[in-house]
Design a binder for this molecule. Structure first.
Ligand code: CO8
Length: 256
C-alpha cells in the first residue's frame, strides 16, 4: 500500500479510514494533503474490499482548521483561483461524486476549508467538542472550496448568510440543530459510532448506493427525477437486485 506524508490510511473490514495527520497545524489543508487525500480516495474507490470511507483528523483538537493560510498568504489572484479550482476538482467535488459513501467524523475544529471538506462528504457525525464555521471573511476572503454553495444547501440561505458574514463558530449541538451534522457523540464514542454506521452501510447493495449517491446529488436539479427513474430500471437487471430480492423471498440476509 502507498504511504503518505500528511495522511494515514487504514484499511479495515469493508471500510477505509483516512486520517489527516498534521496535528501541529491543526490538520490544515495544504496542497500536499489535498493531493494525497485525492490519491487515497481514488485507491479506496478502486479497492473492491472497501465499501465506505471515513475521513477524520489526527489528535483531539481539530478535524481540519482550514486551508493552510501560511501556504497561500502571498498568492496572486491567478494563483488563488488555480488553488481553489484544483482543490475543488481533486478533492471536494471528487468526494461528493465518489461512487462510495464518504463519512466525515468531525473530531474538533472544522473551519474554513475544513468545514468545506466535511460538507463535501455524504454524511457528517461530530464530537461534542467540535466547533464549525467559515471564518474566511475575517481574513478578507470568502470560502473557496465550495462553502458558499454547500452551506446554503444544508442549512438554508438565511443561516448560511449569518454564518458566513459573522464568521461565527457553532457548537456541535447547534450544528446538529441546523442540519449541518447528523449526530453528536462524546469524543470517545465518535469513531466507534461512525464505524458502526459505515458497517451498516457496507452490508447494503453497492450498486444501489452508487446510484443513490448520484441521484441525491442531482436533487433540486431538473435532471433528478428523470435520473432516479432511469437508474431504478437499470438496477432491475443488475446482480445486487437479484441477490437482494431473492434473499427477501428466501427469508435470509442478502450477501452483496
Ligand atoms: N493554516 C495554517 N496553520 C494553521 C491554521 C490554518 N488554517 N490553523 C491553525 N494553524 C496553526 C497555527 O498557526 C499554529 O501553528 P504555530 O504553532 O506554528 O503558530 C497551530 O496551528 C496551532 O494553532 P493555534 O495556536 O492558533 O491554536 P489555538 O487553539 O490558539 O486556536 C484556532 C485554534 C481558533 C482554530 C486558530 O488556530 C485559528 O483561528 N485558525 C485559523 C482558522 C481559519 O481562519 N481557517 C480558515 C482558513 S482560510 C480557508 O480555509 C479558505 C478555504 C478556501 C481556500 C481556497 C483556496 C485558496
Amino acid at each position: 500500500m502507498q504511504s503518505y506524508n500528511t495522511i494515514l490510511v487504514s484499511k479495515e473490514d469493508r471500510y477505509t479510514l483516512l486520517t489527516i495527520n498534521r496535528p501541529k497545524s491543526l490538520n490544515a489543508l495544504n496542497s500536499e494533503t489535498i493531493e494525497e487525500l485525492s490519491q487515497a480516495l481514488e485507491a479506496a474507490e478502486k479497492d473492491q474490499s472497501c465499501r465506505v470511507i471515513i475521513l477524520t483528523g489526527e489528535g483531539e483538537k481539530a478535524f481540519v482548521a482550514g486551508a493552510d493560510i501560511k501556504e497561500f498568504s502571498d498568492f496572486s489572484t491567478q494563483e488563488a483561483q488555480q488553488l481553489a479550482q484544483s482543490g475543488q476538482d481533486k478533492l471536494f467535488n471528487k468526494i461528493e461524486n465518489l461512487s462510495k459513501p464518504v463519512i466525515a467524523a468531525v473530531n474538533g475544529f472544522a473551519l474554513g476549508g475544513g468545514l468545506e471538506l466535511a460538507m463535501a462528504c455524504h454524511i457528517r457525525y461530530a464530537s461534542q467538542n467540535a466547533k464549525l464555521g467559515l471564518p474566511e471573511v475575517t481574513l478578507g476572503l470568502i470560502p473557496g472550496y465550495g462553502g458558499t454553495q454547500r452551506l446554503p444547501q444544508l442549512v438554508g440561505k438565511g443561516l448560511a448568510n449569518e454564518l458566513i458574514f459573522s464568521a461565527k463558530m457553532v457548537s456541535a449541538e447547534r450544528a446538529k440543530e441546523i442540519g449541518l451534522v447528523n449526530e453528536v457523540f462524546t469524543q470517545q464514542d465518535l469513531l466507534p459510532q461512525t464505524i458502526l454506521l459505515a458497517q451498516t452501510i457496507s452490508r447494503n447493495s453497492p450498486q444501489g448506493i452508487e446510484r443513490a449517491i448520484k441521484a441525491v446529488n442531482l436533487s433540486n436539479t431538473a435532471k433528478g427525477f428523470e435520473f432516479e427513474i432511469e437508474q431504478f430500471g437499470i438496477l432491475f437487471e443488475l446482480e445486487d437486485k437479484k441477490e437482494g430480492v431473492s434473499a427477501f423471498l428466501e427469508k435470509r440476509k442478502p450477501n452483496f
